[in-house]
Design a binder for this molecule. Structure first.
Ligand SMILES: C[S@@+](CC[C@H](N)C(=O)[O-])C[C@H]1O[C@@H](n2cnc3c(N)ncnc32)[C@H](O)[C@@H]1O
Ligand code: SF4
Length: 384
């Protein structure tokens, strides 16, 4: 049995599972909305889901809310407004709760930004991916470069906190083209930029029919140049793919990486919830129709399990070692209830391989550890 002296900060994740079209590289739980998506029924299911989860989080304050997808910006503004008022009625929200909504850069979406803001959304995360028409076409996006630019401009006029998502190492992309995308993003001066290396995920169209991708040397050069350009422009690299102006990190994602707690509602949403003597993981049914149907008779929880001691150590590291600044040694015990000595052997091996540095206060991945994160994490795998 473990013992947690204090429960971690708690976030709320809300999954919106529909997109206009499924992108060929995407393995998120997103589904093409053929015809009208049953948004109203889904929103009712979300509220019902939350009501049923309340006993798991009684009295705990929510520090951030994140609408992820899918394409949350497809939600009718009136329905989003209804959802947020229900959240306020059901949950104690911290002052200045960060409320992020993921949006796609379509024209319809951009016309709704002001309404989303009026409902309480205070951070917008825009899936730009690229400002290059050819690249956008090759990754099967339905928006073009002009729409991406326009949506980013409207987002920045509307919200105080904007994140732009970019992907690099795209089909046939050159180093120059990747840097031109980044240059454009920096010129817009958002508070936050996420730059993801395109990955070929199993069960995606790209996995079955791989496009011509830049070779490893080119994509490594892209990564290095992107990191250098962002540093030069005043963005702090704080997590593998996340860069922010000082003080503008995404609090919601930071809470994941610091192994905080989150309640996930919606199709396929995951939760990680701590109690004084255990840490629980839960997942909701993945398919939107099945989920909606099941919520009514409380059979929407697909899996639930208590994290064992070994899993706790590994999962903590899997998150916290993504942070370029690492973590305070004391956080390990605070979040897992285990002494840091329980991972001492793995820490020693990681240090000997030059993948981390550590002292009494802090543990942080070296540059090598950041580049070879999988190798570093393997050292903490339970069977190791
Ligand atoms: C949850 S997705 C959804 C955001 C939004 N629907 C969109 O696509 O514009 C969040 C981000 O993950 C990134 N992403 C998705 N699939 C990826 C992949 N296979 N490789 C790298 N990044 C990916 C994209 O940058 C995307 O904006
Ligand atoms: S729009 Fe975003 S969530 Fe939807 S399929 Fe494309 S990448 Fe996935």
């Amino acid at each position: 049995m473990i013992q947690l002296r204090e429960l971690p900060p708690l976030s709320l994740y809300v999954h919106i599972p529909w997109c206009v079209r499924k992108c060929p590289y995407c393995d998120f739980n997103s589904h093409e909305a053929r015809g009208e998506a049953p948004q109203k029924a889904y929103v009712a299911a979300l509220i019902h889901d939350l009501e049923q989860a309340l006993p798991l989080i009684w009295g705990r304050r929510i520090h951030s809310i994140f609408f992820g997808g899918g394409t949350p910006s497809l939600l009718e503004p009136a329905l989003l407004d209804h959802l947020l008022s229900q959240f306020r009625a059901l949950l104690p929200l911290a002052v200045n709760t960060e409320i992020t909504l993921e949006a796609n850069p379509g024209t319809v979406e951009a016309s709704r930004f002001a309404e989303f803001k009026a409902s309480g959304v205070n951070r917008l995360s825009l899936g730009i991916q690229s400002f290059n028409d050819q690249s956008l076409q090759k990754i099967g996006r339905i928006h073009d470069a002009a729409q991406a630019l326009k949506a980013a401009e409207i987002a920045l006029q509307t919200f105080e906190q904007v994140n732009l998502d970019l992907m690099y190492a795209l089909p046939d992309q050159t180093l120059e083209a990747a840097l031109a995308d980044l240059q454009q993003a920096i010129a817009l001066n958002p508070q936050h930029i996420s730059a993801y290396h395109l990955t070929l995920e199993p069960n995606t169209a790209f996995h079955h029919h791989p496009p011509a991708l830049p070779d490893d040397d080119t994509s490594a050069a892209m990564q290095e140049a992107i990191e250098a350009m962002l540093a030069q422009a005043g963005y702090v690299h704080y997590e593998t793919s996340a860069f922010a102006k000082p003080g503008k990190q995404c609090r919601h994602n930071l809470n994941y990486w610091q192994f905080g707690d989150y309640l996930g509602i919606g199709a396929g949403a995951h939760s990680k919830l701590s109690f004084p003597d255990r840490v629980l993981r839960q997942a909701k049914l993945k398919h939107p129709a099945a989920y909606m149907q099941a919520v009514d008779n409380a059979t929407h929880i697909e899996s639930e399990h208590k994290l064992g001691r070994d899993d706790l150590g590994f999962e903590f590291m899997m998150n916290a070692l993504r942070l370029t600044g690492g973590f305070p040694v004391t956080l390990f015990q605070e979040r897992t209830g285990l002494p840091i000595s329980s991972v001492d052997e793995a820490l020693g091996q990681a240090e000997a391989k030059g993948l981390i540095t550590r002292d009494h206060v802090e543990i942080r991945p070296t540059l090598q550890g950041q580049r070879y994160l999988n190798e570093l994490l393997q050292l903490f795998l339970p069977e190791n």
